[in-house]
Design a protein around this ligand. Structure first.
Ligand code: COA
Length: 378
């Protein structure tokens, strides 16, 4: 008997439509749209800031609206002092996503308009959160490598500033282009696990910081955003092209998942993957590290031949991050800094829908057990 007798369990909610959205459409046939625009088009022509505007407002901005958004983002990048201090005193060994999760939550304490839960206030709050996430990540990294924080430059794009604040040196044209595209490609992806977590939190009527905190914690897992870090570990473990075949075969024999491959929705190619592959190839060519790119291609072919599955967003994203000089343990936080736009856009949709998300479960435990006092238990 289940909580709701009429429902069979749909494990992992596979194929269940749990919300409506005008934000991202993930077409299982291998396409992705943001508010109706094909990402193939956006990635070549839009800026990340335009995509932020699009996802929050469901339409592309005019020039004035875009300028205003850029100013709002720029002026909101600074962190409250207690957040800075907490990052400085954070454990040096824990994962960056753990610190990001804590500090997103911490930001809630310093919201300048805490009692205003209107749509307009939530949109302003959303922009402030989007603006601050890259600063948290960059400042954490600078602190860990004993370097000063880097102040963003007004003339830079948002993506360019993120890379600048993180690495402490301006990006060249190729790097700027890669970072912009990386952020566009990661901005939204329908009701993926972290976005779902954000919507579940928002569905209870909780605040935007809580929703994003839930999402950060969910993205961290290795079956979701954490996969790209594991991809990099695999690339380090495989020493040469000659070892690829045996490595993949032994993973499959052991029934282990190859990180960066497979997808719950796409059963053909992930539409983001081809763009990331192209970016990875260009960056590796520029940095004379084509060996690692060739290793990736060989892994892609081998996994496809053996298992019929394709790389997902995390496979070549790992290589893009690596080529941009981002250390492996920060990969997932870069994903978070881009996906936060999708999280807040969906959270605003959830507030508008105002429904509690509360599925049922099938009880498979025992019935009718009698309480036994502790001294009588064996
Ligand atoms: N490595 C090896 N085999 C994989 C695989 C992977 N990465 N992804 C899927 N498969 C296999 C499954 O084991 C299954 O095989 P079977 O039919 O022989 O049992 C088959 O492909 C179909 O899997 P599917 O049911 O479509 O996967 P899922 O929806 O349960 O899982 C993921 C989707 C993303 C969790 C899964 O592909 C995975 O764990 N990938 C690695 C982690 C990753 O890259 N995550 C980022 C996702 S964007």
């Amino acid at each position: 008997m289940s909580e709701d007798d009429n429902k069979a369990v749909i494990r992992g909610l596979r194929g269940v439509a749990a919300a409506t959205t005008k934000t991202g459409f993930v077409d299982p046939l291998g396409a992705l749209y943001y508010s109706g625009y094909d990402i193939d088009d956006l990635v070549d022509r839009a800026t990340y800031e335009e995509v932020v505007y699009l996802l929050l407002n469901n339409r592309l901005p005019t020039q004035t609206e875009l300028n205003n958004l850029k100013s709002e983002l720029f002026s909101a990048m600074k962190l409250p002092k207690p957040v800075v201090q907490r990052i400085q005193s954070a454990s040096t060994t824990c994962h960056p996503m753990e610190i990001l999760r804590t500090e997103v939550s911490h930001l809630g304490e310093f919201d300048p308009e805490p009692d205003d839960t209107s749509d307009a206030a939530n949109k302003r709050r959303a922009i402030r959160i989007i603006a601050k996430v890259p600063t948290i990540i960059s400042f954490l990294y600078r602190t860990r490598i004993n370097q000063d924080a880097v102040v963003p430059v007004k003339e830079y794009t948002f993506a360019e500033n993120f890379l600048y604040m993180f690495r402490g040196r301006p990006a060249d044209q190729q790097e700027k282009d890669a970072m912009e595209r990386y952020m566009i490609l990661h901005a939204d992806h329908g009701l993926n696990a972290s976005t779902f977590a954000a919507r579940v939190t928002a569905g209870t009527g909780s605040d935007l910081y809580s929703a994003v905190t839930s999402a950060v914690g969910t993205l961290k897992g290795s079956f979701h955003g954490g996969a790209s870090e594991r991809v990099m570990s695999m690339l380090y473990e495989i020493n040469s092209l000659g070892e690829v075949e045996e490595y993949i075969q032994s993973m499959l024999d052991d029934k282990k998942k190859i990180m960066g491959f497979g997808h719950r929705v796409y059963k053909s190619e992930d539409p983001r993957s081809k763009h990331l592959k192209e970016l990875a190839e260009r960056l590796c060519h520029q940095k004379d590290t084509l060996d690692i790119y060739n290793k990736c291609k060989k892994i892609e072919d081998t996994v496809h031949n053996k298992k019929g599955i394709f790389p997902n967003v995390d496979f070549y994203a790992a290589l893009v991050m690596h080529a941009l000089g981002v250390p492996k343990e920060f990969f997932t936080s870069f994903f978070a800094a881009s996906r936060v736009t999708g999280w807040v856009a969906h959270t605003l949709e959830q507030y508008a829908d105002a429904v509690l998300i509360r599925p049922t479960s099938e009880y498979v435990g025992e019935y009718g057990r009698k309480y036994v006092p502790i001294e009588k238990r064996s």
